[in-house]
Design a protein around this ligand. Structure first.
Ligand code: AMP
Ligand code: MG
Length: 554
């Protein structure tokens, strides 16, 4: 176990890359460098709000802190105190925002304290979000409000416990300072409590880190950053292609790397779609090269299943980042990433068809895995490599229509279905009655009811048969029910739940926040911790800000 004051930082990412020591202000373009060495700006009264014992383990830090350590954690993870050997920096990146090239962005409110290697040899970047301005703040304040910080903290940990790749959150510290935000973008800015989230990831490198270098034709630096990223985070590829400090990047390596990043991203998209997570701002600067979920902003979770839904008010009109669009947006982002790598190819024109093949593989991989995932959600164990039974495909198509015919709660539907599976009702009326709690309407319109009954008539013989039966099932319905419980969460971090926790915090109570923290740790279990949250979004939350829609203001 490492004590907090013993945390030892290393700097493998920036060691051989160009950087410069800089004052945070003014915001500026920083051609020719990868990072700016810049100090956090102190806050007035840092207090540790919440600590993740599981994330602490990644750094070998204690799961529970004593009083002295709580004090020190507040100082260190607000940026007020730098531990010996700590040299914070902010990195330069660019990105496509809402489909348009936005130029240089960069860590405008993120300071990387350094990397920490744990006893298992795993390395994590430690990053403070909200610890003040950097050269990349673009005139903004470098701060974060408590509401967005707690949302990031809880959601990172919730996504992790769902088994989905993500950055982690170590802790959240309130700053004692107010931050002014115009939450509704309606010309009424008001002060809100500020906070800083400490987040961890093997790296926070994103697609935009490469895009900015290509856009500015800094090809030599682009090559260096690509080589560093591959050496540190894609060791299998580096070994396969004999990438060493003195060797150059080959065309084959570029193709393999784009393929690896695409594969991870495709798999991540399957996972987001599985649980009903909507990222909300899938700009290229918010997509990780590791295929992990990063940059939690105006994200949301589907209550009623609606592929058209986006939580982000900034995107309300065009709905670029709506739930059903996420997989194709990820592909669009990957094509931008591919373009950014082209300057490194020996013949960029000749490279284009090879990159296009990679993107085509993304489509195929996502397509087959998405179908297999959907099949598992309704109890059929079909592997992505197998032929997909026509009958299951038809069931899924019909289900797509049914889930949007009337508002249907996604989480409740799948779990009530698996529960019903274990009860094995006699007829389709019995099945429909057993799941009826998932509908937001009191009474189903008769045509929708008929469609559901027909669907159950079609599905139940398949469920009772041995078609795509989960391995080891003795009883088909029981076997399918267990499979479904392992892929359909019982608990998701519904938008209104975090809002309730924030409302309580504003009154000095932390009960709801702690209850959510306990529930999110076993999201597939029907347990004392999760059961209170197994219910539909209440009516009051339908239209309330923070529950139904979120602005980017954070
Ligand atoms: P986001 O949409 O949150 O991923 O942020 C896009 C860009 O804006 C990134 O470069 C952020 O660092 C920057 N940014 C967002 N909020 C702030 C802020 N309050 N102060 C400085 N930079 C910010
Ligand atoms: Mg971002």
């Amino acid at each position: 176990m490492t004590r907090l004051h013993e945390l030892a930082f290393s700097y493998r990412l920036i060691r051989d890359l160009p950087g410069a020591r800089m004052e945070p202000a003014p915001s500026r373009q920083t051609p020719g460098i990868f990072f700016a060495e810049v100090q956090p700006t102190p806050v007035s009264h840092p207090e540790l709000l919440i600590w993740s014992p599981e994330a602490a383990k990644l750094l070998d830090l204690p799961p529970v802190l004593d009083l002295e350590e709580i004090q020190l954690a507040a100082e260190v993870f607000s940026g007020n105190r730098l531990l010996p050997g700590c040299r914070p920096y902010a990195t330069r990146y660019g990105g496509h925002q809402f489909g348009n090239w936005a130029g240089q962005l960069g860590d405008g409110r993120a300071h990387t304290l350094g990397e920490v290697v744990n006893a298992r040899g795993e390395s994590y970047e430690i990053q403070l979000k909200g610890a003040g301005t950097t050269p990349y703040s673009r005139g903004a304040d470098g701060r974060a409000v408590l509401r967005s910080s707690l949302r990031e903290f809880l959601c990172s940990e919730a996504i992790f416990h769902l088994g989905i790749p993500t950055s982690r959150a170590l802790c959240c510290v309130t700053t004692g300072d107010q931050v002014v935000r115009d939450m509704f973008y309606d010309g009424n800015p008001r002060p809100e409590p500020g906070a800083i989230t400490t987040r961890l990831a093997p790296t926070f490198l994103r697609l935009g880190h490469f895009e900015i270098l290509a856009a500015r034709e800094e090809n030599e630096l682009l090559g260096k950053v690509v080589a560093t990223a591959i050496q540190l985070h894609f060791p299998v590829l580096a070994a396969k292609h004999g990438l060493s400090e003195n060797s150059s990047i080959t065309d084959d390596l570029l193709v393999d790397w784009l393929d690896d990043v695409s594969t991870r991203t495709a798999d991540l998209m399957v996972e987001w779609q599985r649980v009903g997570f909507v990222h909300g701002v899938m700009n290229t600067d918010n997509l990780s090269i590791l295929g992990i979920t990063i940059d939690y902003g105006p994200y949301g979770w589907l209550d009623d299943y609606d592929p058209e839904w986006t939580p982000n008010t900034t995107d309300a009109e065009r709905r670029r980042y709506r739930f059903g669009h996420q997989p194709s947006i990820a592909l669009w982002n990957l094509s931008r990433f591919g373009s950014a790598l082209l300057p490194l190819a020996s013949d960029s024109k000749a490279m284009i068809p090879r990159f296009e093949q990679v993107l085509e593989r993304y489509r195929q991989r996502f397509g087959s895995r998405y179908l297999a995932m959907r099949a598992r959600k309704i109890g059929f164990e079909i592997h992505a490599s197998e032929d997909f039974p026509e009958s299951v495909q038809t069931l899924l198509h019909q289900l797509d229509d049914l889930l949007v015919a009337v508002e249907t709660d996604m989480t409740l539907f799948y779990r009530l279905l698996s529960k019903t599976m274990a009860l094995a009702p006699q007829d389709s009326r019995g099945w429909l009655a057993a799941i009826s709690e998932c509908f937001y309407v009191e009474v189903l319109p008769s045509d929708v009811e008929t469609q559901w009954l027909t669907w159950f008539d079609r599905a139940t013989p398949l469920w009772r048969s041995d078609l795509a039966l989960p391995e080891g099932s003795t009883d088909p319905l029981q076997g399918r029910s267990s499979l479904m419980d392992s892929v359909n969460p019982f608990f998701t971090l519904r938008n209104y739940l975090v809002q309730e926790a924030l409302d309580e915090l504003a009154e000095g109570r932390r009960g709801r926040m702690d209850e959510l923290m306990a529930a999110l740790k076993s999201p597939y279990a029907d347990s004392a911790e999760t059961r209170p949250f197994f219910r539909k979004r209440p009516d009051w939350a339908r239209t309330r800000a923070g529950c139904s829609a979120l602005s980017c203001s954070s």
